[in-house]
Design a protein around this ligand. Structure first.
Ligand code: 4FL
Length: 241
């Protein structure tokens, strides 16, 4: 998998791409991430990447020529590449979208800054527009990094097999159960005794109950969509009483 990132702040990606599983995946050549500076494709005297909006108004808009120049230089138009603009106006990113992207061989991510990107770039040079949530950032860079991270960990070999069951598209979305590790007593706070009982079936049932309770309290939207089994209903009832 190759990621090409177009940005006016390439150094924002340096350490996030070096650390942890993403750093390891790059060392092992499971993924390749190429970061391109849009400014290198601005050929006017001052290497301008933005300009004032037609029609007036606040802020600056990213000019089309440098972005399209960069896209052409990296041959982003090929049949292999999916070209994505990060923008608050995009469709909302999700695990399902990450799963879809993880099957591609090349993803081009365009990071917008300022008040946005000239609409002609969005319209004619991208395949998709993605938002990572309903908030405004100072630019698309962190959103692009979120996509690289979420997609890369789904590529076979990047994580080992730890996540594989969790990523199964047939498992229903439920929040994770609480986790505890040593020490057994931390500043007077203990660990639920069931986790120390050694009975795997008892522990599995407790975790499932906790996961369902959490989901109902914190994510009523996810909970409403769940198809609860007879055991699930029983576990929830036990927790209520
Ligand atoms: C991009 C916000 C993707 C959320 C400013 C420029 C953004 C963003 N998801 N904010 N791009």
């Amino acid at each position: 998998m190759i990621f090409d990132i177009l940005t006016i702040f390439p150094s924002m990606f340096s350490s996030p791409l070096r650390e942890g599983m993403i750093g390891k995946a790059r060392e092992r050549d499971l993924i390749q991430v190429r970061v391109h500076n849009i400014r290198d494709f601005a050929f006017d005297k001052h290497h301008m990447t933005d300009d004032r909006p037609f029609g007036g108004g606040e802020g600056m808009v990213m000019k089309p020529e440098p972005i399209v120049g960069a896209l052409r230089a990296i041959e982003a138009g090929g049949p292999e590449a999916r070209c994505i603009l990060l923008t608050p106006q995009g469709r909302l990113f999700s695990q399902e979208i990450a799963r879809g992207l993880s099957k591609l061989s090349r993803i081009v991510l365009i990071c917008g800054r300022y008040e946005g990107v000239d609409e002609r770039v969005a319209q004619h040079f991208t395949d998709d527009q993605i938002s990572i949530g309903d908030y405004v950032l100072t630019g698309g860079e962190l959103a692009a990094m979120v996509i690289v991270d979420a997609v890369a960990r789904l590529i076979p070999g990047v994580l080992g097999n730890v996540g594989s069951a969790l990523e199964d598209s047939f498992t229903q979305p439920v929040l994770e159960h609480p986790q505890y590790t040593r020490p057994r007593d931390f500043e007077g706070m203990g660990v639920p005794p069931v986790l120390l009982c050694g009975n795997h079936e008892t522990i599995r049932r407790w975790r499932r109950g906790q996961a369902l309770k959490r989901t109902s309290l914190r994510r009523p939207d996810l909970f409403a969509a769940l198809e609860l089994s007879a055991e699930d209903r029983q576990l929830l009832e036990e927790i209520e009483t």
